[in-house]
Write a protein that binds this ligand. Structure first.
Ligand SMILES: Nc1ncnc2c1ncn2[C@@H]1O[C@H](COP(=O)(O)OP(=O)(O)O)[C@@H](O)[C@H]1O
Ligand SMILES: [Mg+2]
Length: 137
């Protein structure tokens, strides 16, 4: 998908949310400013989250109440897998909610067998390329 502005990316997130089921994990990979948090906002809205959705940079994880619980990880500040282990990630990944992870490449070793891989690219200006695929390992 190519998105032409911020609202377009949010809309894409809302549409993508319709495909998500309890227990699904969305792994977002892309540079700073590529739109990971914006897409997450769309997904969370699509899942019925009402409040403000922002990156959990300091806490590493935010939990929102939607039609299902939404767990939003941001691993930007994480430097090793032990930090992720210490978050007790299993309680989130294998839960009745939807897990969304920014900088998911840092968690590659602990991702479940099946997840949604999303790659975001900044094409300049307000254009973004967003590739969504379901991965089974
Ligand atoms: N098409 C677009 N999709 C998403 N964000 C866009 C787009 N065009 C411009 N932007 C801007 O790019 C930035 C994306 O930031 P953010 O979603 O926080 O990215 P990330 O979480 O990947 O660092 C925001 O400032 C947003 O307004
Ligand atoms: Mg972000």
């Amino acid at each position: 998908m190519l998105t032409k502005n911020l609202n377009h990316t949010i809309k894409l997130g809302k549409q993508f949310a319709k495909k998500l089921k309890k227990g699904d994990l969305v792994a977002l990979t892309g540079n700073l400013g590529s739109g990971k948090t914006s897409l997450t906002q769309g997904i969370a809205r699509g899942l019925g989250v009402k409040g403000y959705i922002r990156s959990p940079s300091f806490k590493l994880i935010n939990e929102y109440k939607g039609a299902v619980p939404v767990f939003h990880f941001d691993l930007y500040r994480v430097n090793n897998i032990f930090d992720i282990e210490n978050l007790g990630y299993r309680d989130y990944f294998y839960n009745n909610g939807v897990t969304i992870i920014e900088w998911a490449e840092k968690a590659k070793a602990i991702l479940p067998d099946e997840y949604w891989q999303v790659n975001l690219f900044n094409l300049g200006g307000t254009r973004r390329k967003i590739i969504i695929k379901k991965v089974k390992t």
